[in-house]
Design a protein around this ligand. Structure first.
Ligand code: PXP
Length: 251
């Protein structure tokens, strides 16, 4: 029986627009409240080492003011660990981070970085945050995440979204296989990166995926239709795709 599918709205790029001019507008915390009203189950924010979008103050205010789960995305560094330990977000997603990248390129290499990641997974989990690892849809990465003791993995959907036709289908199959493997080895499975109205349904229809994290497309689409409308439409596409698997009636 497929589980309900949660939507985490990533508000990083509200902060990108704010930072283009400095000052306070548009405020990501206001966007987070609006996202919750429009159907988000939680809010995701990536505090990057270079603070190119979300700031320390945004994380402090989100932690304090939000009545929904906050999923803090961060690199496994001592600086970020101290921040996460202080704020105790509901969830922490460990991501790879390079200063020169435009966005998170590829998943965390949990096999290669096993020893480096272990204390982060342990300390964050012991501090009460649900730890996830943002990884490629690859059984070896999932097995390493399991061995590290992370309860959750988030599968990188970037390659699936970027490709077209047969190659996209191939990438989708990798994600379906990985989500099946995640369930088999006792990991909760999430997915995200690059998802749009056109690409979300096949991912939402994977019964063992329980959360999608979506940001850039929604914030971009908000320019044309408003954030509320963009999130409601995404939610509806996700829910319809999930209902088609469960056989339940769609609203
Ligand atoms: N999940 C993770 C782990 C991410 O790093 C990102 C991008 O910050 C997303 C989901 C959302 O990706 P997008 O902004 O392309 O929807």
């Amino acid at each position: 029986m497929p589980r309900p599918l949660r939507l985490g709205v990533n508000i990083d790029h509200v902060a990108t627009i704010r930072n283009a001019r400095g000052g306070r507008h548009p405020d990501p915390v206001r966007a987070a409240r609006l996202a919750v009203k429009a159907g988000a189950d939680g809010i995701t924010a990536h505090l990057r080492e270079d603070r190119r979008h979300i700031s320390d103050d945004d994380i402090a205010r989100l932690s304090r003011d939000l009545d929904r789960p906050l999923n803090l995305e961060m690199a496994a560094t001592e600086e970020m660990l101290a921040i996460a330990l202080r704020h105790k977000p509901h969830a922490v997603c460990l991501v790879p981070e390079k200063r020169t990248e435009v966005t998170t390129e590829g998943g965390l290499d949990a096999v290669r970085l096993f020893d480096q990641l272990q204390p982060y997974v342990q300390k964050l989990g012991a501090n009460g945050s649900r730890v996830s690892l943002f990884i490629e849809a690859d059984a070896r990465q999932l097995d390493a995440a399991r061995k590290l003791g992370a309860p959750v993995v988030e599968l990188h959907t970037g390659s699936y979204c970027e490709r077209e036709g047969v190659e996209r289908e191939r990438q989708l199959k990798r994600i379906v296989d990985a989500a099946t493997h995640a369930e088999a080895i006792g990991l909760e499975c999430h997915a995200g990166h690059g998802l749009t109205f056109d690409t979300v349904a096949p991912i939402a229809a994977i019964p063992t995926v329980v959360e999608l994290n979506i940001g850039h497309f929604l914030i971009g689409e908000a320019i044309f239709s408003g954030l509320d409308s963009a999130i409601r439409r995404m939610r509806s596409l996700m829910d319809k795709a999930r209902a088609s698997v469960t056989g339940a009636a769609t609203a």
